[in-house]
Design a protein around this ligand. Sequence first.
Ligand code: ASP
Ligand code: MG
Length: 467
Amino acid sequence: MRLVIKYGGTSISSAKDIQGIANYVNSLSKHNDIAIVCSAISGTTDDLIEISQSIKKENKEKAEQLASKIINRHKQLAKQTIKKSTTRKKLLEKLDTDFQELFALIEGMVLLGEVTPRSMDYLISFGERLSIKLISFAISDIGKKSIPLTGKDVGIVTDSNFGESKPLMDTTRLRVSKTIDLQFSKKTIPVIGGFTGADQHGHVTTFGRGGSDYTATIIGSCIKADEIWLMSDVDGLMTADPKIVKNAKLLKEVSYIEAIEMALFGAKQIHPRTFEPLLTKKIPMKIRNSFNVKNEGTLVTDSPSISTKNTVKCVSNIRHNGLIDIRGGSMVGTPGTAAKIFATLAKAGINVMMISQNPSESSITIVVKNTDLDKAVNVLEMELLGKIIKKLEVTTDVAIIALIGLGMRGTVGVASKVFGAIEKNKINVAMITQGSSELNLAFVVKDSDSNVAVQALHNAFELDKIN
Ligand code: ASP
Ligand code: MG
């Protein structure tokens, strides 16, 4: 089999874990061609982002202090992980070259006194540049050939939209397949840095936070992998957040479209574009736990087997949001009202999570993160109050409860079951949305009611008996 295995940051954060992965991958490679993708070691990307903030505040000392923290951590891991002294020495030398470049970069950014999207991407790409070397050398250390490759090295070419780039798939496919086929022919395991690529001028770009998942599926699609495994520290996708629902169950199988919804709403954060490259190639993906490899995890496929086609598969909640009810008589029958509202919010960089408009058109209700609420209300008041908007009503601390499942489509009685269960618990619903795909039914309750609501729905749909 051709396999792409992606490791998240927490899976590679100790010498023992890295050695475990090296052994595991080595034994799998006896019968399979394996390409590894990995994230930065947990916390590294956060530290790099903090460096950029220190640079913005002209605090060079703090920036260098954080860089030293990153350096020490990787050096220590290198020393603890690698047993052969020659291999260890070579790794430390390679890491030193990266460290020098990191310090030079910080120096340069401090001198310029600015953080541009381009320099930011270059800076935050260091996490994966370092982690791939640790993993790859750990594999070599046990006698299996391996090579560390950054996204740029492997041939991922993107547009120049720094911070949120997209791959140019045709060029990428040609280059990536050539690079990886060559390594496979040499029986060498490529360890590829997730999250990054390079634009056509060779400048390093990133896909946005959590982008290593996306790298894994890009690579998988380029090399026509038979399976892609996303390894992290959770067993897979669950019917609900196990911290809220004690009897939450692991989902054995879900479809791509369900997984996309769950990635947005679920406890396991997956980069939203991860599934895009899989849709045409229909490559199966497994979401698995690197600390519990006996568990098969969740299989994500184009068409899950009939037995798991429950109406609802998962109840999730996102807390700490704010609801804004936008009202005004002149909104009624006026084309362009919604466009103006959303353009105003977009200009201020505010992401809208939920939208509903009643057919009388006299109000539009939106949900944004609590942290964006102040700014959202402010720009709407500044730009539109007294014009198309007459009144804004704000509710803070609300939760979005979302039910996800393909089987809801065309099934009669789902809504009554949902709101019946909610009513029994005397919970007030502030807003409801359901797209016509009927894949996701979502509503808004107070944060303080959300745990009870999730548990009630989990019970109502008997999700503890799902598999
Ligand atoms: N290291 C990057 C991040 O923390 C990418 C990833 O982990 O997927 O966002
Ligand atoms: Mg990460």
